[in-house]
Design a protein. Structure first.
Lengths: 59, 243
């Protein structure tokens, strides 16, 4: 597969799309862990939801 | 499970936990197929290999508008039906929409330099998409500036609906004004003007990016629900301490 004289433009486009999509995935995954960690801390401190269920019961 | 059941955040979290692994796997498979088809697609007789940029530029451009459309529906859900998940859906979609719009702008610019001889031109299509990107950033800033989600929801919903005026302007800018950007070649009266060799990889990539959005959106909505639960519990904790 030859990309011709404009290979740098094509490869930069695909590389940038890869980086942005991976950044989004990582950001959402890290945010999920952070929220679960906060809920775990609240659960450990004895705080329960109004329904009486544990803070960690996320389903 | 009916649609009204999804108004319950706990039920939504249960459904999301079941769906996300399947959606993530489907997205990965479709992306791999789309990338392979994009790699083996023939060169265009005029554009050469730069036509490969189309396979990521066009799906991102479509999604940049589609995500704002989803946010507009969610804004109606906030203002009219006061659906508990509507603001969660809009807030979770905004950063993803901003990322797709950013990619549409940058890959378009990288495609424009070899084809048009310039990275940027202040024409109607490019400028209206840049405005869309700035509106995404404005909405994200609004949500971050107001600590109470319920207070931010109404202002964000109104801003989103006002911003929706930009969507038909983006879509029809190439017909209404004389622009450097080419007119529609897929979603047009009379059917796509693209050859199948380019159309099929493009549609596969568009489907893959749409599934990617759905996956990321559901995951981001789950995070936002948990963030609001954390906030509610922290307020309960603070009120207990002060009592």
């Amino acid at each position: 597969m030859s990309l011709g004289p404009y290979a740098s433009f094509i490869l930069t486009s695909y590389a940038l799309a890869t980086v942005v999509v991976l950044f989004l995935i990582a950001w959402i995954a890290i945010d999920y862990r952070r929220q679960k960690e906060r809920l775990r801390e609240l659960d450990a401190s004895g705080i329960v939801r109004r329904s009486g269920r544990s803070a960690m019961d996320i389903r | 499970m009916t649609l009204t059941d999804l108004a319950n955040p706990t039920r939504f979290l249960t459904l999301t936990a079941r769906l996300l692994p399947w959606l993530a796997a489907s997205t990965a498979v479709l992306l791999l197929i789309g990338l392979y088809q994009s790699a083996v697609a023939p060169d265009d007789y005029q554009q050469g290999a730069t036509v490969k940029i189309m396979f990521i530029h066009v799906p991102n451009a479509w999604l940049s508008m589609f995500v704002w459309g989803v946010m507009s529906l969610a804004a109606l859900g906030t203002l009219v039906w006061r659906h508990p998940l509507a603001d969660v859906a809009a807030k979770a979609a905004a950063p993803i929409g901003a990322a797709f719009t950013f990619l549409a702008l940058v890959t378009g610019s990288l495609w424009g330099r070899p084809m048009w001889g310039t990275y940027w031109e202040w024409d109607a299509r490019l400028t209206s998409v840049l405005i869309l990107f700035l509106m995404y950033l404005g909405l994200i800033a609004l949500w971050r500036a107001v600590e109470d989600p319920s207070r931010a929801a109404r202002a964000a919903a109104i801003l989103t609906l006002v911003g929706a005026i930009n969507l038909p302007i983006i879509k029809f800018s190439v017909d209404w004004w004389n622009t450097l950007h080419q007119p529609a070649s897929v979603m047009r009266i009379g059917g796509p003007s693209l050859d199948r060799a380019f159309l099929i990889p493009l549609l596969v990539m568009a489907l893959a990016f749409s599934l990617l959005f759905l996956t990321l959106h559901l995951a981001a909505m789950r995070n936002e629900i948990l963030r609001r639960r954390v906030r509610a519990l922290q307020m309960m904790q603070a009120s207990r301490r002060s009592a």
